[in-house]
Design a protein around this ligand. Sequence first.
Ligand code: ZN
Length: 448
Amino acid sequence: MPDKMETIVSLCKRRGFVFPSSEIYGGLANAWDYGPLGVELKNNIKQAWWSRFVHRRDDVVGLDAALLMNPKVWEASGHLQHFTDPLVDCKKCKQRFRADHIVPATSAKPDLGKQVEPPKGKAVCPNCGGELTAVRQFNLMLKTFLGPVEDSGSSVYFRPETAQAMFVDFKQVQAVTRKKLPFGIAQVGKAFRNEITPGNFIFRTREFEQMEIEFFVRENEWEWWFEHWLSEMKGWLKFLGVAETDLNFREIPDGERAHYSKRTIDIDYHYPFGSKELYGLAYRTDFDLQRHAEVSGADLRYTDPQSGEKFFPHVIEPTWGVDRSVLVTLLSAYAEEGSGDKKRVVLKLPKTLAPYRVAVFPLLANKPELTKLAREIYDDLRKTFNVAWDDRGNIGKRYLSQDEIGTPACITVDFDSLKDGAVTVRDRDTTKQERVKIGELIEYLIKL
Ligand SMILES: [Zn+2]
């Protein structure tokens, strides 16, 4: 499949997973809306993550912090000073580029988003060949103003990551939950980065969503917990249906990590547009709590309940991008099977993540007795699952339509159903059909 990315983008638009934002006004560059099916898939991913890493563990608690925080947070975290990309402008056509995208990378962490051949000799504009300005540092935080006056005193930033709230609220959360080390704080939420060159569909956007955990440990146990979270992240990727061969666990060498991190692994995925970052795992030492204590004056140390000793906990930080999770789940699930008349496109999504868990059809739309029974089943199942209804065209076309959006099972109510109280259930992956008693449907679908 040479154009797998195009195929996915077009499927997403056609079926209402993801489409360009505010399209009737010409859209907004790299802003995307999740449609009726996309929001279900995305919510299912977030809920599965929350259930797996918060509800099913007794050492992680949740948080939902404000997007706008006191600007001092970003001073303490280093984002105001260091969260920058090198930027150049073309003097002729006025286009902007990331300097490390058009000249051989000099930055610590080259990210060759859209690969452009490094020009020989002096770098010129890849667009028109014009002369470029000197490199300037461009801060990636999205700035806005609070209140009616637009001056520097009212400027605030949309958070560029969810992480800082977990550090700033550490004392609060620990006090109200009485959690002892080791324990973590989890958060799912939006973050914003004013990227110079976003792109590749929902891979890199200026507004995106993160799932993050800051896991607080004692310094002497960080290595064990680092391995633990690496293995948890692997388990999650398996759950999403991502093949191990599509992944690359990249150990970030000394000198390329953030200065405070003693170990970082980037989990890269082989996207159709190249091998690029999907998730990250970092050991951040006690840098963040120390910094916030220093700048705010608050005592953010943890008191050992036995010895009474006070110290700054160390932090292991696993980070998952929500939008990238959606993208790799779709890429991993997409399959084309058969040929000619038998050809079908099927999204083999993990069954609990599929936008609809099941679809219900009356065999024929113009037979009121079939429609009535099918409608009753549909209404009943909707108390437990998100259920699709379709009575257009023939059954074969309805199957194909549900396969394409990943619905794990299709239920058909036929004339026999009126007599034997059973329906035909057709499986998405095997296309095999089975008769199931109407009263046993919920149990059957849960087992599936
Ligand atoms: Zn130019």
